[in-house]
Design a protein around this ligand. Sequence first.
Ligand SMILES: [Zn+2]
Ligand SMILES: [Zn+2]
Length: 358
Amino acid sequence: MAEIMKAQVFYEAEKMQMEDIPVPAVADTDVLVRVKNVGICGSDVSYYYGLSPLGTETGKGPLGLGHEFTGEVVEVGAVARSMNLYRPGDRVVVNPVQHCNACIACYNGDINMCQNMYVPGVTAHGGFAEDCLARYTGLFKLPDSVSYAAGAFTEPFACAVHGMRRLDIEPGQFVAIFGPGAIGMMMIQLAKMVGAGKVAMIGTRDYRLEVAKKSGADYVFNTEDENSVYYVADLKEAIAGLTDGRLAERAITPTSANEAFEQAIEITGNRAILVHFGLPSEDDVFRVPAPSYHVMEKEIRSPWLAPFVWPTTLRIISEGLVDFEGLVTSTVPLEETEKAIRDLKDRVGEPMKVQVTP
Ligand SMILES: [Zn+2]
Ligand SMILES: [Zn+2]
């Protein structure tokens, strides 16, 4: 008889429930992890509201969500055991994007485009549960100096690091970041770390823009709330005023708001590089004004997932180079996962990052 564990199982849009399900069986290539802290990602919110399909065969539930997690190793499959990679009790962080190493994309080194991706919380049961399986190649030991709570930022932070690499910032450049969520805050710090000059954060809610200022943004703009002290009616004009008319040289959009990317195109100048970062909704299409795009030699890039950046990311975290304090606005027990997802969507209590502790 398999052991039983508690898990939040997602069925369809706006339907998730706490259930007792069997603890997954550990195959030779697996490691079983007892989940400690799991962050609720913007994509979990999208899945929950049916805005993005899951990675299951049907694109639908039932499935346990949650992919940003740390935990303690409970059981080690034969392969990892034979190499003495992990032992029960090890503190680990799971890289939820686990490629197969055996498809054409993987053979080409495009591991983020693997055709047989295993992703706990997206293609298989995830971290909103007491225990979760990972492939033995999808784990990293958590440095002693990193708490389980801080470690649960590794996945989103790795995505931010990859996005920043794609942005190719050059020293002194004016960087515009659209989306003052947790990833946006990390990006402000990263942009400064890699040599940005001035960094502007653009959003629609003042409480988040205040956090952006604390995270190091030189300028913050609110493009929606006319009562805000940061409100600007014409963002392009505001940024032109700060750059002698050159406009932004780099722009990245850690938000799934499609209009943010269209704004980013508008406020960037000659030879700008733009990174379309936030996960789009199924039928999103963005419009690029062709004439200015053409004559300004702009470049649009996408950053898919976070290939080959985990070691760097963990080093930055363990050396304390990025501040996650203050980004966790609440921590809830597993029972309250669904409510926490809803509250995040409705911005109840001005949330930034919410974590679940199963
Ligand atoms: Zn995520
Ligand atoms: Zn593959």
